[in-house]
Ligand binder design. Structure first.
Ligand SMILES: Nc1ncnc2c1ncn2[C@@H]1O[C@H](COP(=O)(O)OP(=O)(O)O)[C@@H](O)[C@H]1O
Ligand SMILES: O=C(O)C1=C[C@@H](OP(=O)(O)O)[C@@H](O)[C@H](O)C1
Ligand SMILES: [Mg+2]
Length: 173
């Protein structure tokens, strides 16, 4: 079985994915890291030099590569991965995949992303907390239709990473 973590930017996909993989004895793959390694560029620089559409194509290619060639992997995708190129259908129609949506309120995401925006090109330019909350609200409204297709949903508001890992394991098995 492969486990795919989805959710908005800064919901914890990368860091919780690592912990979950450790706990389960699974391998861990982060789709952004995989693209960075293959491009030899940071996500920010891929956006800058090759554009977002190129990045979205790479996400689609590597998502399929991982799911078709690996097993016993926890795969953390990017916040946008489920929302482009039929990727959410690829995830939900794969019988070997359990998909998990790390669900966070706009307040939680705003607070986290004000601190963690630098490496996230879609929001790095947003300066005030009010503008961040407004952007996230609209963006999440567009994306939640994809996220809600996940098999399992885990709320992350007010929880530690370890709490969230425990919640995921309870729902998985
Ligand atoms: N439940 C949590 N409690 C405290 N910090 C968290 C929690 N989840 C994630 N973080 C921190 O928030 C930041 C964003 O998390 P990350 O795993 O990169 O999210 P994503 O991959 O979904 O964008 C990281 O610095 C991470 O350590
Ligand atoms: O939401 C998005 O469209 C993106 C999320 C990022 O990953 P994280 O969700 O891990 O921050 C990264 O893939 C890129 O900056 C675009
Ligand atoms: Mg990530």
């Amino acid at each position: 079985m492969n486990i795919v973590l989805i959710g908005y930017m800064a919901s914890g996909k990368t860091s919780i994915g690592k912990k979950l993989a450790n706990k389960l004895g699974y391998n861990f793959i982060d789709l952004d890291d995989l693209i960075e390694e293959n491009e030899n560029l940071s996500v920010t620089d891929v956006f800058k030099s090759k554009g977002e559409i190129y990045f979205r194509k790479q996400e689609h290619v590597y998502l399929n590569k991982v799911l078709n060639s690996k097993d016993n992997v926890v795969l953390s995708v990017g916040g946008g991965t489920p929302c482009y190129s039929n990727n959410m259908n690829v995830i939900v129609n794969d019988d070997n995949v359990k998909s998990i949506y790390l669900k966070a309120s706009i307040t939680t995401l705003t607070e986290k992303l004000m601190r963690k925006k630098a490496k996230r090109p879609l929001i790095a330019h947003i300066e005030t907390e009010d503008a961040m909350a407004e952007f996230i609200g609209k963006h999440l409204f567009e994306r939640v239709q994809f996220y809600n297709q996940a098999e399992i949903q885990v709320s992350i508001d007010g929880k530690t990473k370890d709490d969230i890992v425990e919640d995921i394991i309870l729902q998985l098995f």
